[in-house]
Design a protein around this ligand. Sequence first.
Ligand SMILES: NC(=O)c1ccc[n+]([C@@H]2O[C@H](COP(=O)([O-])OP(=O)(O)OC[C@H]3O[C@@H](n4cnc5c(N)ncnc54)[C@H](O)[C@@H]3O)[C@@H](O)[C@H]2O)c1
Length: 381
Amino acid sequence: MKKISIAGAGTMGMGIAQWAAQMGHPVILFDTSDSALQRAENTIQNNLKKLAEKGKISENPSEISNRIFYSNDLTHIAGSDLFIEAIAENFDAKKQLFQQVEQLTQDTILCTNTSSLSINKLSSTLKRPEKFAGLHFFNPATLMKLVEIIPGFNTHPTITEKLISLMKSWDKVPALAKDTPGFIVNRVARPYYGEALKIAEEQLATPQQIDQVMKQLGGFRMGPFELMDFIGLDVNFTVSYSVFEQMYFDPRYRPSILQQRMMESGRLGRKTGIGFYDYRSQNPPTEIHPLTEKTANTIFQRILSMLINEAVDAVYLGIANPQAVDNAMMYGANYPKGLLQWGKEIGFDKVKALIDELFDHYKDPRYRASAGFYHIHTLIP
Ligand SMILES: NC(=O)c1ccc[n+]([C@@H]2O[C@H](COP(=O)([O-])OP(=O)(O)OC[C@H]3O[C@@H](n4cnc5c(N)ncnc54)[C@H](O)[C@@H]3O)[C@@H](O)[C@H]2O)c1
């Protein structure tokens, strides 16, 4: 595979373009906005310069950036081996773009970087759905190793195979996923936020205390609330709501009213200066009152068990194999360990017992242990 075209020069498109160029490909980066193209060019050049200064790339940065051609003219994508769409998350806009792209290409593999739209629904609008698949990168695309590969029902198996081997050759970790809401990461990660928010709503601990527990006991790089502030509460809520809605309002994915109200008030996290934490003042953060060891353990085990439950369910439903689920969370969400590996170490019986206990306590089907626990030895060898 040689020539790579990318549509959308925003956060994701520019990251993917930079990485493809670093991997030696000639790249066309297309956007309808000239200012977006200019911004992408500046950002990529700066990034490459910094990488060279740190000795992280052996090639001359200008050689790499010269491989990228920035264009507001879609016809430049003709003759590409691979086209990756990374424009705004809007079904009609993507549909329209792919229709134009299909007129300009014949054998090009067509991919979308969508996080939440149905691959099969998009593929139904194409003339050559057998050449189309989801290719889902994570932000920042140059650093995050995970790429979810999502074939639709009509994707030809050779296309999936080609994408898997291309991602391996790009030093990425491909994870094959079924076309289901949130694919792997955005589905399995839901309880990290959802359960933490529920614990805060129940006033069992403050967001700061919960963050501390997850970092200290779990080894997570960021606590759930810090992470929501970082991602943006609006973005995180939108993903949560989209998965909930697409799962036909399954209570396991019920979003949090606390998060919704925070978002509505404009407290979106780092980008607005305030979210669960206040980033505006220069004062040192107030001291966090430590929880008792028992409470800390209860909170940690509750969130982790709900995460493991999602991971087991994803395997049970054939969304991905155990290795892909574990890789997804480590390489797409920086988890310190794969969730299934973690479950194995704790004992899946214990995890299930804890979820059953939560169910008995709350009488809420949110705490529904996956039926996968009954087949755990065949599912997770
Ligand atoms: N941001 C993330 O963390 C992330 C992670 C994985 C996947 N995604 C997905 O990647 C896609 C892009 O997300 P983003 O965060 O980079 O968005 P963004 O808003 O940063 O960039 C989108 C770019 O697309 C351009 N654009 C919009 N409509 C266009 C069109 N019709 N033709 C050409 N260019 C057009 C815009 O000018 C903009 O530069 C979305 O589908 C999103 O769901 C985002």
